[in-house]
Structure formats: structure tokens, C-alpha cells
Design a protein around this ligand. Sequence first.
Ligand SMILES: NC(=O)c1ccc[n+]([C@@H]2O[C@H](COP(=O)([O-])OP(=O)(O)OC[C@H]3O[C@@H](n4cnc5c(N)ncnc54)[C@H](O)[C@@H]3O)[C@@H](O)[C@H]2O)c1
Length: 310
Amino acid sequence: MSKIACIGTGTVGAAWAVVFARAGHEVALYDALLDEVAERTLPRAAKALGLLEAFAPSDESIETILQRLRPAVSIAEAVAGAAYVQESVREDLSVKQGVFSEIAAAAPIAAILASSTSAIPGSNFLGHIPAPERALVVHPVNPPAYIPLVELCGTQWTSPETMAAARAFMSEIGMRPIIVKKEIEGFILNRLQFTLVAEAMHLVGEGYVSAEDLDAVLTDGLALRWASIGPFEVAHLNAPDGLQGFVDRLGPMMKRMGAAARTDYDWTPEQVAQLHAALSVRVPVDEIADRQAWRDQRILATRRLKREHP
Ligand SMILES: NC(=O)c1ccc[n+]([C@@H]2O[C@H](COP(=O)([O-])OP(=O)(O)OC[C@H]3O[C@@H](n4cnc5c(N)ncnc54)[C@H](O)[C@@H]3O)[C@@H](O)[C@H]2O)c1
């Protein structure tokens, strides 16, 4: 089994470690907070493995899988001999530039170097390293231990071989890679997500709907379809004559609403405070960890349902 290195082992890095170890790889873990791995990453990984066991039982015990997670004391130690490196340090351009200088100096020249960045195009921090053709963005959805989608986005230097190898590797370990063909801030998922959030802020902020009812529009409405079919197929199935008929009839209205959406809506600090207070009644801040555990169970239950009803 090849060695993988996870650099930055907070929320996302810890979940990546679970994905790699469960797929049979040795995983070296390095975090700038040296206590992070022992105090948070390993307990988090053990918890995730327990949850995943109920979703897709492994041939191996949780203890065996956990033994593949090995703390390292430096980036150089973590990436030595690695076939694949996944960086998940905080979302800060200069931090990522510095971390990739260190990774690239110590990793084997044949290793694939991947960043979990949520939004920063890789050309901003992957071009200055030796052999930049081996580096790309592999953006997961939080938490990647439970959600399979990953966005692969190369830079102007990334080779087609690196793209193909990263895509094959992601499929092999049970992820669902998609290719972002041109660099753009936020890639695809966060552009869609934050556009929706911006219009949601506008609709709630201007008093069209309560925050609670807006959430229900997704959880008891749109998302029930979207868990199985994307927005293009929704349109295709919503007209007897398919997407063409849908667009012929509703296209002008769709364009009008799209143009009128207030994606530039300027939320005030007061509106954010109000929304935070309302959410904190539903989920008090000190109960967020419990609610995250509930969310993760629901994500896996949804995936189980999809698996059972292909
Ligand atoms: N949380 C999400 O929803 C999410 C989803 C997808 C992608 N991402 C991306 O993943 C990356 C990590 O996000 P996160 O939510 O796990 O953040 P986090 O704050 O939970 O973890 C970041 C970790 O990086 C460590 N770190 C900081 N500087 C470092 C350095 N120089 N060397 C080594 N470790 C360092 C920190 O100690 C921390 O443990 C970010 O780029 C983020 O945008 C986050």
C-alpha cells in the first residue's frame, strides 16, 4: 500500500485521513499544532470510523485502520516517501504558499501534491514549486469522510498525467471526482452554494420569508430532488417534452429571476446577529458538535437510501 501524507489535520484533514486509511493506505499526519493530531485528529478519526462501519462495514477492525495513522513531527518527515500528499491547512494564500514550498522540497518528485482549498485557484500558490506539473487542487466537501464529491482543478502547469492519476486515485478510494475545466474562484460547488446563500440572505433580510421557512424550502423541498437529480435534470423532468420545452416556456421567467437575484446583497452586521440568534435557539452553540454528529448520520442515511434504491 502506498503512503499518503495529510498536512493540516483539522476538520478536513482528519476526515481525509479516514478516507485514505480506510482505503488501506498508511497515512502520515502533520499539523502545525503538534498536539492537534493526538488530541483531536485521532479521536475524531476513531469516531468517524465507528460511524462509517455502520454504513459500509470494513473487513478490518477499527483498531487496524487506526494503526495506519501515524503522527509526524515535520512536513519533511510526513511527505518523505509519500505517493500522494493532501494539504488541508487554513485558507490563507501565504500560508499555503509556504506550506507547498516545504512539501515540494521534501516529497518524492513522482508524488501527486493536492490542496483542499475551498476557493483559491491553485495557480496562486502552486506555480513557484519545483515540478509544478504534479500539483493540483482536490477540493472536498466537508466532511469528506462521508461526502464523496471532490472537485479536481489543475493549474496552468498541471500535467494531464497528474490530472488522470489524481482522478483515478480518487475513484479508487471511493470518492466521486469531477473535473473543473478552467480555474475560477470557489470552483463549482462553492460558487453554486454561495450564490444561493447570498439570495437567501436577501430574501430573509428583506422580509420575504423567515430563516426557518427558507431552510425548509431546501430540506423539505428542493434538496429532496437534488439528492437524486441535479438542476438540469429537474428541468428536463418537469416538462413532458424535456429541457427544451421547459426552457421554451419558462426560459424568460428564469432569466428574469436570475438577473434580479441579489447576489450582491449587502448583509448588515445586525442582520447577521439576528440570524445567529435565531439559529442559536434551534441549535445552541454549545450543542453544535452534537448536531454535527446528527448531520453526519443523516448524510450517511441518505447515501444508504440512494445505494438501496439505485
Ligand atoms: N471546513 C470546510 O467546510 C471545508 C470544506 C472543504 C475544504 N476546506 C478547506 O480545507 C482547508 C482546511 O480547512 P479546515 O476547515 O480543516 O480548517 P481547520 O482550521 O479545522 O484546520 C486547519 C489546520 O491547519 C493547521 N495549520 C495551520 N497552518 C499550518 C501550517 N503552516 N502547517 C501545518 N498545519 C497548519 C491548523 O493547526 C489546523 O489544525 C482550508 O483550505 C479550507 O478552505 C474546508
